[in-house]
Write a protein that binds this ligand. Structure first.
Ligand SMILES: Nc1ncnc2c1ncn2[C@@H]1O[C@H](COP(=O)(O)OP(=O)(O)OP(=O)(O)O)[C@@H](O)[C@H]1O
Ligand SMILES: [Mg+2]
Length: 419
């Protein structure tokens, strides 16, 4: 594909990077898209495998047909055959009606089997059969059904090892990887890590209305490039988001990176940042929680702004009536005794808003700039929560928050959280 076209493709799918290994992957995806060959995408966790099947489907002749993505690792072993291949009524307790299954539903289209390495062996046998004959048998049936489904699979499992250990059928592996796509790890992508930094720092700044995106000093750039990034782009994105929100200084130095255990791989401290996946998960959860909380605070502020523009800007509303709005299940309900005053110009959403309290104009002004204040409040709250959860064991709380103990001590002091 022409360079220009690849650039467009990257923009369309939000893919950042100029590394030639990444370009080769995208090129291969486009080349094989128009065939019906099975594709197996392999690569470490967090390298960006999930976008590739979409690209393949959207550039194939199956484009207008169904695209179904299934995470094989998340379907319980007891139901996976029925989910994939369907079942007939009465074939097991609870099978109250015939069920088509994904292979039936995706007929004419593409089925993305994510985490295919997690498929139970019995399901692997059924899958091999569809791949070889285009036929499958639903659970409880003996009637083979035809289907025309193109399979794209992905895995972060070392397949050779899984085969050696008898967890994955060798014949299925070769059948799946008629075309094999290997996604490069982040550490193999040279300067892409710096482009990704800029993207994620800018995205976070925009999302949380932080005035200045986080930048790397030249020394810090070297550290970021030399670090292993075992969780690849997913880990990298989380770190940039977290630092963008928590760092006081907008320029990141190697010392700041070290607080997050990001030190060059040659550094002897490397052993320290081999986070267990449980730690990574809890870190991710904390960040998700934080994002959710900030988003909802932002929503409050936006609603408040809207209210103020509609009702208050012209000073028609007594300051004491300024509402605080909370969204509940996509609807807004008024819960305070202070109804909104009548104004000449009917504001669009007034009829459906909830007023849950009142405040002074000063308080409202404070809320106007609430996003920035709230980031500090959020951080304080998260630290409090982590301390409570870990019964004041700062080491554990620091680990959960992804901070060094030293930083946590400093923040506890700054926020006056000492016992
Ligand atoms: N080149 C890229 N540019 C921008 N964002 C990317 C890029 N590659 C991956 N990402 C982002 O990184 C995150 C992880 O990617 P993805 O979910 O595809 O990983 P994965 O390879 O499927 O990992 P796993 O094997 O753990 O499921 C996603 O949020 C994705 O949008
Ligand atoms: Mg994935």
């Amino acid at each position: 594909m022409q360079q220009m076209d690849l650039r467009e493709l990257k923009m369309q799918y939000g893919i950042v990077g100029r590394d030639e290994k990444l370009d080769r992957v995208l090129d291969t995806a486009l080349q094989v898209a128009r065939t019906n060959l099975s594709v197996l995408i392999q690569g470490e966790s967090g390298v960006g495998k999930e976008v590739i099947p979409r690209i393949i489907h959207n550039h194939s002749l199956r484009k207008g047909r169904p695209y179904i993505a299934i995470n094989c690792g998340s379907i319980p072993e007891g139901t996976i055959d029925s989910e994939l291949f369907g079942h007939v009524k009465g074939s097991f307790t609870g099978a109250i009606a015939d069920h088509e299954g994904y292979f039936g539903a995706a007929n004419g289209g593409t089925l993305f089997l994510d985490e295919v390495g997690e498929l139970p062996l019995s399901t692997q046998v059924r899958l091999l059969r569809v791949l070889e004959t285009g036929e499958y048998v639903s659970v409880g049936s003996n009637q083979p059904k035809k289907t025309d489904v193109r399979i794209v699979a992905a895995t972060n499992v070392q397949m050779e090892q899984a085969i050696r250990e008898g967890r994955f059928r060798e014949d299925l592996y070769y059948r799946l990887c008629t075309i094999s796509i290997k996604m490069p790890a982040l550490r193999e992508r040279g300067d892409d890590v710096l482009l990704l930094w800029r993207k994620f720092a800018m995205d976070t700044a925009r999302e949380y209305q932080i005035p200045e995106p986080l930048r790397l000093s030249p020394e810090a750039e070297r550290v970021v490039k030399a670090y292993k990034w075992p969780g690849n782009i997913r880990q990298f994105k989380n770190v940039v988001e977290q630092m963008s929100i928590l760092s006081d200084d907008r320029l990141v130095t190697p010392e700041v990176l070290a607080e997050y255990d990001i030190v060059p791989s040659s550094d002897s401290r490397e052993v320290r940042y081999n986070r267990t996946s449980a730690e990574e998960q809890s870190l991710e959860q904390t960040l998700e929680l934080m994002k959710y909380a900030i988003a909802s605070l932002k929503q409050d502020v936006e609603m408040l702004k809207h209210q103020m523009n509609a009702n208050v800007a012209e000073s028609v509303v007594p300051a004491a009536s300024l509402p605080v709005v909370h969204q509940l299940d996509n609807s807004y309900a008024v819960t305070s005794a202070h109804a909104l005053p009548e104004v000449d110009e009917e504001p669009e959403e007034v009829a459906s808003v909830t007023v849950t309290g009142t405040g002074t104009r000063e308080a409202a002004d404070e809320r106007r700039t609430g996003e920035n204040l709230n980031i500090a409040q959020m951080e304080k709250r998260l630290i409090e929560k982590a301390l409570v959860k870990h019964r004041n064991r700062r080491k554990n709380a620091a680990a959960e928050l992804g901070l060094s103990e030293r930083t946590l001590y400093r923040k506890i002091k700054d926020y006056g959280l000492e016992e």
